[in-house]
Design a protein around this ligand. Structure first.
Ligand code: SF4
Length: 281
């Protein structure tokens, strides 16, 4: 079985790229076509466009993620395959509602589907995927394993043929998830220590800056750091219907959060519940 390192721009998955041999390294980039979030460096925008094979305008993650992946590629001396799906704008245009922790179609469409298509083009038989859960994250690994089929493989719903003029859909086995950091008992402190004084730049925090898995107080902090991006997220509320806000269960909108006073101190750690294994590790 081929082995793929699944990268997301965080220190943990980058640690895997630097320390674990694999046949491929693949990274899925979340994009926007909103020029208010344009990546500021034209030359780098062109480099990213060339890697993706389409015009790159901007990302809804921290812009630093672009430098992380370019630095990492140099540091490990191996190719990283950059993939991307629809822009977040397009994903929301065609969705009936905003995503939420139970309907995480953004991860599916912007991370999983492009990785799956890359896998179809490059491997097309079940492969091991190294996922960056750390030694204390066995619960997250367990939840991922619970989604595998009887062969221990994750499946993806995809077109498997044609029925007359209609596409025929079915499930395709593609990933055997593996967790090298759990197997080798690697905790966060080892990873943080490893990246000290290395020529790879990292964002203060990964994932989409306005990811609904982040605590509302953290969204306020992210607004201070990335006002244009959080305003992009706020602009997507209440478009489909009056109650469509990013924190549906709390009926709390980003537009309200932006108006809050700044908190004096916030806990600068991982204030984030996302456990998909594809965003931000
Ligand atoms: S980081 Fe959050 S908002 Fe972005 S794709 Fe992942 S789950 Fe969706």
């Amino acid at each position: 079985m081929k082995l793929v390192n699944c990268l997301s721009g965080g220190k943990t998955s980058s640690y895997i790229a630097a320390n674990y041999k694999s046949d491929h390294n693949v990274f899925a980039l979340v994009r926007t076509n909103d020029v208010k979030c344009i990546f500021p460096d034209k030359k780098i925008r062109q480099i990213v466009s060339d890697k993706l094979g389409l015009e790159f305008i901007g990302t809804l993650e921290d812009d630093m993620i672009i430098y992380t992946m370019l630095d990492l590629e140099q540091y490990i001396g191996k190719k990283i395959s950059w993939v991307t799906g629809k822009t977040f704008d397009k994903v929301l245009d065609t969705a009936g509602t905003l995503p939420d922790p139970l309907r995480r179609f953004c991860t599916t469409q912007m991370k999983l589907v492009p990785m799956f298509k890359w896998w179809q083009r490059n491997i097309n038989k079940p492969a091991k995927f190294n996922l960056g859960f750390r030694a204390n994250e066995k619960r997250r690994a367990k939840r991922t394993l619970e989604k595998t089929n009887k062969n221990g493989l994750l499946e993806m719903k995809a077109i498997i043929g044609k029925r007359k003029t209609q596409n025929k859909w079915g499930l395709i086995e593609w990933q055997k998830p593996v967790f090298p950091l759990i197997k080798d008992n690697v905790f966060k402190d080892t990873i943080v220590e490893f990246w000290k004084n290395k020529p790879v730049r990292f964002a203060w925090m990964n994932n989409c800056v306005g990811c609904f898995h982040k605590h509302p107080l953290l969204i306020k902090k992210m607004h201070n750091k990335h006002p244009n991006k959080i305003e992009w997220f706020a602009s997507k509320e209440k478009i489909k219907h009056e109650k469509d806000v990013w924190y549906k269960s709390k009926n709390l909108s980003f537009s309200d959060i932006i108006k809050w006073d700044n908190q004096i101190e916030l806990f600068d750690n991982e204030f984030n519940e996302c456990d998909s294994g594809y965003c931000g590790l």
